[in-house]
Design a protein around this ligand. Structure first.
Ligand code: HEC
Length: 506
């Protein structure tokens, strides 16, 4: 009896089993992740990486084997991976030979780039434009004319385990992004190590930053579509010997950054500086100031609140900041010469912050007004200009915050229904052109005066730039954007009014 029963139930369970197996098969085909259909193309030395990229689609991967590739790569696809293969310590190298403008430009969301050595480009190493969910990791970026690693207008951006050196502006530049982690990178021998500009929710952690003119800076600049730098954590970094001669193009905005700054905050709000080792930066371990530090600060942007507020200097280790050595002194001589001859004199800071040409150095240098700033143990550091600072409390520590990267859906979202021109301006041109300031290129005001309503003129210049102004770098060609985007952006900038620009993407 019991035998029979068992055999019966065995039979039934067998049927069920087959049924479930079939059902599972059907379900798994239906819900097969996209990645199962995605393709991978391998590229070897002598072949074209761009061709491989162009042959692929959403969700696909290009694997690049070691070798030297003289290419500019443009990836205008979403969910795309550009991955180098490192074999016996040999990396795939992208070499612009000082002739090409950019190493890689990515303009699609969910883009991953990893394992490349990128060098000798006139403009940027890797740039992403207006796209979210970006990962840039394990990159070596060397000797580029503007930025090394440059995500702009993105949400959810991760930059990790990269090395950048010899960059004439910022080695890692976070421009107008939200929700960003920059961790475990090494940056040296550049004008600025890591720069966060007009971005919010940024974590800069565990980086090694040395031998730049300035180590890590957070700036809110006027005349850009996003108006503030806020909620930034600069934590557990090694920041030392940032006394390099400032070798930026004279007259460019960064050329005005005095050498010898460990961490700099200009007009930043809610920046927490904690757990860093800050050593031998000859002008300031930490400098916090307002937009009066900018040249031409007489034409401010009324939507940029120019004061630094609610910034916290918590426990850090300060050693030998403000001590000038012979080689730092040489940097300063170069700096003074540059300031005197650039036509962009360093303004006198009206409120006592002592940012003169030969300032003395301190652990903490503050200038400008600003509310709610604090310093945790004022007696332990050398400082100037911090009379208004309160005392921070230990419980204000940021240690609970592990990442700033948010829901991937935020990064997928197209940047609103903003029209194309606005978007291209924000993502591309505004990296070098501000409404009223000379940043890398001339201000939009000046372009408007020169071109009036000549949209075609701007389009042709942008696709085939020529050297016009002495003392400026040559503008990199924007031809890759294509006519539609260029026409849209040309229209946009020629009609851009001061007030309109303020309205963009606050
Ligand atoms: C990497 C920096 C950079 C980017 C990005 C950039 N420009 Fe420029 N632009 C410059 C520089 C530098 C100059 C000045 C070049 C010179 O005078 O030799 C310039 C000059 C110009 C001029 C003035 C030309 C003239 O005849 O005086 C126009 C117009 C212009 N840019 C349009 C654009 C547009 C449109 C975009 C976006 C699609 C753009 N630029 C993106 C750096 C840049």
């Amino acid at each position: 009896m019991s035998f029979q029963k068992t055999s019966f139930s065995n039979q039934t369970s067998k049927n069920y089993k087959i049924f479930y197996q079939l059902w599972f098969l059907i379900l798994s085909i239906l819900f097969m992740p996209q990645s199962m259909f995605s393709r991978t193309v391998e590229v070897r030395e002598g072949e074209s990486i761009q061709k491989a990229i162009d042959s692929l689609d959403k969700g696909d991967t290009v694997k690049v084997f070691p070798g030297v590739y003289h290419e500019f790569l443009f990836v205008d696809k979403t969910h795309f991976t550009l991955s180098g293969v490192i074999i016996n310590g040999k990396w795939p190298i992208l070499d612009g030979e000082g002739k090409l403008n950019d190493g890689v430009i990515g303009s699609g969301a969910n883009f991953i780039i990893e394992n490349f050595h990128i060098k000798n480009y006139k403009a940027n190493g890797v740039m992403t434009q207006g796209a979210g969910n970006i990962t840039m990791r394990k990159l070596i970026v060397e000797n580029t004319g503007i930025y090394g690693i440059y995500p702009t207008m993105g949400t959810n951006v991760l930059v990790e385990d990269t090395v950048s050196l010899g960059i004439a502006d910022a080695a890692i530049y976070i421009g107008m992004c939200h929700n960003v982690d920059v961790r475990r990178n090494e940056v040296y021998g550049s004008v600025i190590g890591i720069e966060i500009e007009n971005s919010t929710n940024v974590l800069i952690e565990g980086n090694t930053v040395y031998d730049n003119s300035a180590g890590i800076v957070a700036f809110a600049l006027p005349g850009l579509p996003l108006k503030k730098v806020e909620n930034v954590i600069i934590r557990n970094n090694f920041i030392f010997d940032n006394n390099h001669r400032n070798f930026a193009e004279p007259g460019a905005l960064v050329a005005g950054v005095p050498p010898g700054i460990g961490i700099g905050v200009m007009a930043g709000d809610a920046v927490t500086i904690e757990g860093n080792i800050i050593r031998r930066n000859s002008f300031a371990g930490i400098g916090i100031g307002d937009n009066n530090l900018l040249p031409n600060s007489k034409s401010p942007d009324p939507d940029v609140e120019p004061n630094p507020d609610r910034n916290k200097i918590l426990d850090n280790v300060f050693i030998d900041n403000g001590v000038r050595k012979w080689n730092d002194f040489v940097s300063w001589i170069f700096y003074v010469i540059r300031v005197l001859f650039s036509g962009n004199p360093i303004p006198e800071s009206p409120n006592g912050g002592k940012v003169g040409i030969f300032p003395e150095g301190y652990d903490v240098v503050a200038s400008g007004k600003g509310k709610g700033n604090c310093l945790i143990s004022p007696d332990s550091v050398t400082k100037i200009g911090t009379a208004d600072y309160g005392i921070c409390q230990p419980q204000e520590t940021s240690v609970k915050i592990k990442t700033m990267i948010g829901d991937p859906k935020l990064g997928e979202a197209k940047s609103d229904a903003r029209e194309l021109g606005k978007q291209v301006f924000g993502a591309v041109c505004s990296g070098c052109h501000s409404m009223t300031l000379r940043t890398v290129g001339p201000p939009i005001k000046e372009i408007q005066e020169k071109y009036k309503k000549n949209v075609f003129g701007v389009v042709s210049f942008a696709s085939m730039p020529k050297k016009v102004r002495p003392g400026f770098i040559e503008m990199p060609s924007q031809k890759y954007l294509g006519n539609e985007k260029l026409t849209a952006v040309a229209n946009y900038i020629l009609n851009l009014k001061d007030e309109e620009n303020r309205g963009v993407a606050k």
